[in-house]
Design a protein around this ligand. Structure first.
Ligand code: HSE
Length: 440
């Protein structure tokens, strides 16, 4: 039986999980590929660090380029993260005609177009299932399982840290900062937690999903990105009272105006399946023309869930290799699902032109005419109000919180209304606004 030699770059959480799965499930993996897959080399940052992994027979190296250039290696698995050294290593591996498997969302979202072009030139595969939603095979599902469909939109809970924080805030009545430290202690958050809570991590993942769904180039710089740091317990409680749950969503939607690409907190009706996705779990809901809605749920992070996606990619690459040395080209499935240049260019819709419903919260002084002034501004801005809720505060009900849900409105109209409402003297707080997504 022919042996496929794999080199792992990085032996952190994902690297360790990947190695463990390859070793433990070698019989099943060989049964599925007809090949023995052996990890022969591993590159690590610290050669002296104790590892929770069986490294017998594996050559350790301190320089990832040793693996990228090793003529004996067939597949390079990049698990160092970031988009600087990782990019150089991946490009070098491709130039040396090696297939690449990566778990690196930033690398693919920001440099994917360049990487795939080089891979095509050298006739090698670059696969990245583990880059989005950890162990959930959502890339394969969209790229292959839904290949008959025209995809209309997708909405995903694709950052486990944000979902964990919002869930704990709701379930335990805790504030944002308190839960963030818990998430860091439990090891869910990225090295820089801002990547999670400010939406960058989810934006990297959405960039990739949108390309696969719509056949558009990867264009991370065009996304609208908002995190969850402004969400308060009050918002979570009012959402609950109104029959919604606040989730951090990545949304890609095809409309007549183009493709919407946005990452932000959103109120979702509590009876949607995706609203019940709690804690660190991920889920992506995809609406397609032939099959209708499909939902992909599972662990979005962790050693073996993410390692599961990495190993599945290795299996795919090995299956496409044929007889090594004779027919070792890339898979017939295009990396991003569509042949490059096969789909028309689509405009990315500026966020001001997006239409959605909104939740608004503000504090006002309780005096006659305030509500009338606010609702007039909405009318003048062409925004129809769906629901108003008023909560009194103070000994003599001197202040009230007003909560409003709007009908679907243009974002630029909403911004204009908020600017005018801020100028009303009786409005005493900032105006919180959260988009409301029906996901129907
Ligand atoms: N920090 C990421 C998350 C891990 O919280 O989902 C996987 O990308």
């Amino acid at each position: 039986m022919k042996v496929v030699n794999v080199g792992l770059i990085g032996l952190g959480t994902v690297g360790t999980g990947t190695l463990r799965i390859l070793q433990r499930n070698s019989q099943e993996i060989t049964g599925r590929t007809g090949r023995e897959i052996t990890v022969t080399r591993v590159a690590v940052g610290d050669l002296n660090k104790q590892r929770d992994a069986d490294l017998e027979g594996i050559v350790l190296s301190g320089d990832p380029m040793d693996i990228a250039r090793d003529p004996a290696i067939d597949i390079v698995v990049e698990m160092i993260g970031g988009d600087d050294i990782a990019k150089e290593v991946v490009l070098e591996a491709i130039r040396h005609k090696k297939h690449v498997v990566t778990a690196n969302k930033a690398l693919i979202a920001v440099h994917g177009n360049e990487i795939f072009a080089l891979a095509e030139k050298h006739n090698v595969a670059v696969t990245f299932e583990a880059a989005v939603a950890g162990g959930i095979p959502v890339i394969k599902a969209i790229r292959e399982g839904l290949s008959a469909n025209r995809i209309e939109w997708l909405a995903g809970i694709i950052n486990g840290t944000c979902n964990y924080i919002l869930t704990r805030m709701e379930q335990d009545g805790l504030g944002f900062a308190e839960v963030l430290s818990d998430a860091q202690a439990l090891g869910y958050a990225e090295a820089d937690p801002e990547f999670d809570v400010e939406g960058i991590d989810a934006a990297h993942k959405l960039t990739i999903l949108a390309s696969i769904a719509f056949g558009i180039p990867l264009q991370f710089d065009k996304l609208h990105i908002q995190g969850i740091s402004e969400i308060t317990i009050e918002d979570i409680e009012y959402a609950k009272e109104l029959g919604f749950r606040i989730k951090h969503l990545g949304i890609a939607r095809s409309s007549d105006a183009g493709i919407e690409l946005r990452v932000h907190p959103a109120m979702v009706p509590v009876d949607r399946l995706i609203a019940g996705v709690n804690g660190v779990m991920n889920a992506t809901l995809v609406q397609s023309d032939a099959v209708g809605p499909t939902l992909y749920y599972g662990a979005g992070a962790g050693a073996e869930p993410t390692g599961s996606a990495v190993v599945a990619d290795i299996v795919d690459v090995v299956r496409s290799m044929g007889d090594i040395g004779e027919n070792s080209g890339a898979s017939p499935v295009p990396q991003l699902g569509f042949l490059p240049g096969s789909m028309p260019d689509r405009q990315i819709v500026p966020i001001e032109d997006v239409e959605t419903a909104y939740y608004l919260r503000m504090k006002v002084i309780n005096r006659p005419g305030v509500l009338a002034a606010i609702t007039k501004i909405f009318g003048d801005s062409d925004i129809s109000i769906a629901t108003i809720l008023q909560k009194s505060h103070g000994a003599n009900n001197t202040e009230v919180t007003i909560i409003m849900l709007t009908q679907i409105a243009l974002e630029s109209n909403l911004n204009q209304a908020v600017t005018h409402i801020r100028k009303i003297d009786s409005v005493t707080s900032e105006i919180q606004s959260i988009r409301l997504e029906n996901l129907a």
